[in-house]
Design a protein around this ligand. Structure first.
Ligand SMILES: Cc1cc2nc3c(=O)[nH]c(=O)nc-3n(C[C@H](O)[C@H](O)[C@H](O)COP(=O)(O)OP(=O)(O)OC[C@H]3O[C@@H](n4cnc5c(N)ncnc54)[C@H](O)[C@@H]3O)c2cc1C
Length: 492
């Protein structure tokens, strides 16, 4: 272990999934990183259960998707049901991400273990578990952190991924914008003891006036229910599995073959920090935003934060781009995250608030019913920041598999690239790309899901795309030379 009091490039306080990911992304880029968490062991309570294919691609970018993949279960989106079990709404996000599904179920403690294991690949990343940061100081280009025993270390930058009650956010006096959706729920985790024919593959929300609840078939034998009504049981009463089984039996669950893991009350809020950066300190993950879990995007948003922030820190530390780009971390990520929270609130409106009457009514109108059962959830764009021209700019770029079953991201990940879809890159454009340090990749008809990628490109009226290191489209168009020139004048 490196000595305390060393100077690091980046300190990461809070090693939940978001901080652990940051250790991996920055470790891979070769930075001298110190990760700190107040607890010795990974938090063993499953919280997040859903992730989408963008998150899998992020894990892919740090070489951990293969390990994670065997722990995932594909899931087919979100359904809202009435109390008779009739599906009123079915929504999915269909995106050519290169994987067999766009949504997956997982166990957060398993992911955290994999991310912890991933860090050990990087001798440049040091971790201190069991150390609580109780104070910090920052001057022009150094942040110093302290525990109750004194100075721990200093660094050029610090990422505060210290969770919803963020010590850093509070000490910096950064307020939160409250989107004012609050709700409590009783989360019950259990494991099937016997193989059970799986009845559904979606996350199902049962919209009931008196007993709204969510049921989820997690990965492997994991099952989850979230009761969004007052169960009437105290915390002590919930320690007895038989009490939990009675609650589940009341909503029609067959409980004989269930091993109850635990039941915990949660209080969900919807808030965004007003500032995500104060000088050299950046808030990320739950420290920057909290959401009700109705669209399973809390941790996912935190992963996107890290993808967005770390390539910018890298570009600034390599002196490839000016330090002012670090302000675009908030301007790009805030609107995207806000949209995810608003979606969760919208689902909550139909699920636990009065909206269920409206949904029930319109779902009986045949033409609307058809629409409601085939909703493709829209993709969100990033806010103002480092973007060029073109309709695809600000959107996540798709992924394809090559004939040899290799993932296209792996050809250019974590770097800027020019990608052609269904067209070639001529030698003049190739030369230009090389000159401005753009990697190149051509999606052609040998790629497995080329049809979907071509459709996506057609929708965005372009065949050429400049991709940023976080896999979002910087600029799109039909003239690669023009795109290169724009890139050269603004970025390179
Ligand atoms: C019931 C439930 C269901 C959910 N479902 C989903 C889902 O399906 N999909 C999804 O994407 N998200 C979901 N989420 C949200 C997800 O769990 C969180 O967004 C995620 O855990 C946040 O990760 P984080 O790393 O930002 O923070 P945390 O996981 O809270 O980690 C913060 C870390 O900081 C450490 N820390 C705090 N202060 C200090 C300090 N002063 N010094 C040192 N260490 C410190 C803590 O010990 C902790 O390890 C769900 C949440 C809940 C509660």
């Amino acid at each position: 272990m490196m000595q305390n009091n060393s100077k690091y490039d980046i300190i990461i306080v809070g090693l939940g999934p978001v901080g652990l990911l940051a250790c991996n992304t920055l470790g891979k880029r070769g930075y001298k990183v110190l990760g700190i968490d107040r607890f010795e062991n990974a938090y063993n309570f499953p919280r997040a259960i859903h992730l989408d294919d963008e998150i899998l691609r992020i894990l892919q970018s740090v070489g951990l998707s293969d390990t994670m993949y065997s722990r995932l279960k594909p899931s087919w989106g979100l359904e809202l049901l009435d109390t008779n079990g009739r599906v009123m709404f079915r929504g999915n996000n269909k995106f050519p991400g290169g994987y067999e599904a766009s949504n997956f179920m997982f166990l957060q403690p398993e992911l955290e273990e994999i991310l912890r294991g991933g860090i050990s690949r990087y001798p440049n990343v040091n971790v201190l578990y069991g150390v609580e940061i109780t104070d910090f100081a920052q001057n022009k280009d150094t942040v110093t952190v302290f525990s109750k025993d004194g100075k721990v270390a200093e660094a050029r930058y610090l990422i505060a991924s210290d969770g919803a009650n963020s010590f850093f956010r509070n000490k910096l006096g950064i307020g939160q914008t409250d989107l004012k959706f609050k709700h409590s729920a009783l989360k019950i985790d259990a494991y099937e003891l016997k193989d059970n024919a799986e009845a559904f593959h979606a996350v199902q929300k049962i919209c009931s006036g008196s007993k709204p609840y969510v049921r989820m078939q997690g990965a492997g034998a994991h099952r989850r229910w979230e009761l969004n009504y007052n169960s009437g049981l105290s915390k002590q009463e919930l320690e007895k599995p038989e009490n939990i089984k009675s609650l589940l039996a009341e909503i029609g669950v067959e409980v004989e073959n269930l091993d109850i893991a635990h039941a915990v009350y949660y209080y969900f809020q919807s808030k965004l920090a007003k500032e995500w950066r104060r000088d050299s300190i950046f808030l990320a993950g739950d420290a920057a935003h909290v959401t009700p879990p109705y669209v399973g995007q809390g941790m996912c948003s935190g992963f996107r934060d890290i993808m967005n922030l770390t390539w910018k820190l890298d570009a600034v530390m390599q002196k490839k781009m000016p330090a002012s780009i670090l302000d675009t971390y908030q301007s790009e990520r805030y609107p995207h995250t806000k949209m995810q929270i608003l979606k969760a609130i919208a689902v909550g409106f139909f699920f636990v608030r009065q909206g269920r009457h409206l949904l029930k009514f319109i779902s009986h109108i045949p033409i609307l019913n058809k629409f409601l059962l085939n909703v493709v959830l829209p993709f969100d764009t990033n806010g103002k920041g480092i973007w060029g021209k073109g309709k695809a700019s600000r959107y996540l770029f798709p992924q394809a598999r090559t004939q040899k079953n290799e993932f296209s991201d792996d050809f250019y990940q974590n770097d800027w690239a020019m990608v052609a879809v269904g067209r070639t890159i001529d030698s003049e454009a190739l030369h230009l790309c090389q000159k401005v340090n753009l990697k190149t990749f051509v999606f052609d008809d040998t790629n497995a899901n080329i049809g979907d990628v071509k459709n996506w490109a057609k929708k965005h009226k372009a065949s050429y795309f400049i991709i940023r290191p976080d896999l979002y489209v910087y600029a799109s168009g039909n003239n690669p030379k023009e795109l290169c020139q724009e890139f050269a004048s603004k970025i390179n």
